[in-house]
Design a protein around this ligand. Structure first.
Ligand SMILES: Cc1cc2nc3c(=O)[nH]c(=O)nc-3n(C[C@H](O)[C@H](O)[C@H](O)COP(=O)(O)OP(=O)(O)OC[C@H]3O[C@@H](n4cnc5c(N)ncnc54)[C@H](O)[C@@H]3O)c2cc1C
Length: 239
């Protein structure tokens, strides 16, 4: 809502300085503890200290990060620690956009701004067999779901990661997530649809995240395979 108001002020030719002051009043801040880039500087892990965050609230949480003047992007909070109020964001920056530019320039000890932390609640936390399907922008989302999963839950699934070096890094850093890495030679949707056809039966709950069109197509496939709406949690992240 405040972001909309600021957009309106920008359209009215209000001076940058005034907009800056207003943005500072409505945003909160977090301290960048570290950043780590994967191969080719196109995927980033960002460790943050977020003093005002309530990491205890239920659901998958995401921060509306200020990536440029009057420009905000959502990034999922993963690997959080309630006591120390620290967490990690996983940001795909292989494309051009304000979010990519922002993360590429972040460094240790920077103070970043965010509008708020929102959360997305999903069905039935008692599920034991969880299937996760997504593209590289969903790494943080799946790590968050792993952290929220009931003890003893079984996770499997697949994630499309275009760059071979990133597939190697993902498998080395997060083997416990138990997701197959797929290349996207004939497109993410096709790669995941094929994987799903062979491996996708008999799960309690399916989580989809990433490109909006990919998520929509996979959701349709799951419905045809017999999954109910309640068993599918679909999160479109980008178009
Ligand atoms: C609830 C929620 C949680 C999210 N969590 C994450 C997260 O944890 N990590 C994350 O990386 N993103 C996440 N996103 C997506 C993120 O908010 C941005 O939309 C995304 O990073 C693109 O922003 P941008 O400014 O870099 O590019 P934009 O200016 O929005 O887009 C520029 C161009 O790049 C293309 N593009 C955008 N994203 C991608 C991509 N990932 N791969 C290929 N092409 C792309 C667009 O189609 C467009 O053509 C989330 C979105 C939502 C709604």
């Amino acid at each position: 809502m405040f972001a909309d108001l600021l957009q309106m002020l920008a359209a009215m030719n209000i001076k940058d300085k005034t907009i800056g002051l207003l943005e500072r009043r409505i945003t909160k801040t977090a301290l960048v503890l570290a950043t780590r880039s994967w191969a080719a500087n196109s995927f980033y892990e960002v460790d943050l200290h977020v003093p005002d965050a309530d990491f205890d609230r239920p659901g998958v949480k995401y921060m509306k990060c200020r990536v440029n003047q009057l420009t905000y992007r959502d990034y999922t909070i993963a690997m959080w620690d309630v006591e120390t109020k620290t967490c990690t964001l996983f940001v795909d920056a292989a494309h051009s956009g304000p979010g990519s530019e922002w993360v590429k320039n972040l460094k240790k000890n920077d103070v970043m701004s965010y509008l708020n932390v929102e959360s997305h609640r999903y069905n039935n936390p008692d599920n034991k067999k969880l299937l996760m399907l997504g593209d590289q922008s969903s790494v943080g989302h799946f790590l968050a779901l792993q952290q929220l999963a009931e003890p003893g839950a079984h996770i499997e699934g697949a994630i499309v990661i275009t760059r071979a070096a990133h597939r190697t890094e993902f498998n080395a850093y997060y083997p416990d997530l138990n997701l197959h890495t797929l290349s996207a030679e004939d497109g993410s949707t096709q790669a995941l649809a094929r994987w799903l056809e062979y491996h996708g039966i008999d799960n309690d709950m399916v989580f989809l995240a990433g490109n909006v069109h990919m998520v929509t197509a996979l959701r349709q496939q799951l419905r045809v395979m017999g999954y109910s709406s309640k068993q599918i949690d679909a999160q479109g992240f980008w178009r």
